[in-house]
Design a binder for this molecule. Structure first.
Ligand SMILES: [Fe+2]
Ligand SMILES: [Fe+2]
Length: 249
């Protein structure tokens, strides 16, 4: 006779980390606590992610249930927002954050690599990686703002008017979303490499103020990027795929 399924097996069956977070953003805090990536690595199955981190899935599910009892403000219920509003929010809040901060972080990472590089060679690697992140993200934001988000908004207003996307436009949109997701993964990998090199941003004893501020900013940058990519991969793009793009003929 088959054993009855445990609570966690039933609740998590077929679900990815991204599904949990898209369903309820409050679960992100639980995944963060256990070091489970919910944005760039959000398409990993829940059970596989728990196995990788050696954590008990039942414990995590209980904590998620507990987190869900905290009140959620309408202002943070991103999944309930209309697509154009969500796209504008991402541009204003998260693209805005990157544009305001990226130049300063580039110059700080270069500066501390120059001054402290001889004693802390990882800083040279961090500066090179962040230069690449800055260049890639600058191009990525431009693509989203000038091409992809306007296309999503246009398709959304066509849907509201009762029109369906032509198959070729739907295929193009699907391909574009794949490109954007791949770019998120590449940037996410570099940002995670920075965190590993910086040993989770633990500041060494001989660090100067700029060193300390740079590590704080790098951590803040990573946190903001996680939220940003989560909103795009797990909410905005999923909405687009579910509501705008007809299934392949
Ligand atoms: Fe973005
Ligand atoms: Fe993006």
């Amino acid at each position: 006779m088959n054993e009855p399924k445990k609570l966690h097996e039933e609740k998590a069956e077929g679900k990815t980390i991204g599904d949990f977070v898209a369903e309820d953003y409050r679960s992100a805090g639980v995944f963060e606590k256990y070091g489970i990536d919910f944005c760039c690595g959000g398409n990993v199955a829940f059970s596989a992610a728990c196995r990788q981190k050696g954590v008990d899935p039942t414990q995590i599910l209980q904590e998620i249930e507990a987190a869900k009892t905290e009140p959620v403000a309408r202002s943070e219920n991103f999944a309930a927002w209309e697509l154009p509003f969500l796209a504008d929010y991402i541009v204003t809040v998260h693209h805005g954050y990157i544009k305001e901060n990226i130049g300063q972080i580039v110059s700080h990472t270069r500066k501390i690599a120059e001054v402290h590089g001889p004693r802390h060679p990882e800083l040279t690697e961090i500066a090179a990686l962040f230069d690449r992140v800055a260049a890639d993200l600058t191009a990525h934001l431009r693509e989203e703002e000038e091409i992809f988000f306007p296309a999503l908004k246009q398709a959304d207003s066509a849907r509201t008017a009762g029109k369906k996307l032509e198959q070729q436009d739907a295929d193009a949109m699907r391909r574009n979303l794949e490109i954007l997701r791949r770019e998120h993964e590449e940037v996410g990998d570099r940002v995670h490499a920075i965190r590993r090199l910086a040993k989770d941003f633990a500041v060494p004893g001989d660090a100067c103020n700029t060193y300390t501020v740079t590590y704080k900013k790098l951590k803040e940058f990573e946190d903001d990027l996680h939220k940003h990519v989560h909103l795009e991969n797990n909410i905005l793009f999923l909405k687009a795929e579910r509501y705008l793009v007809p299934p392949r003929a």
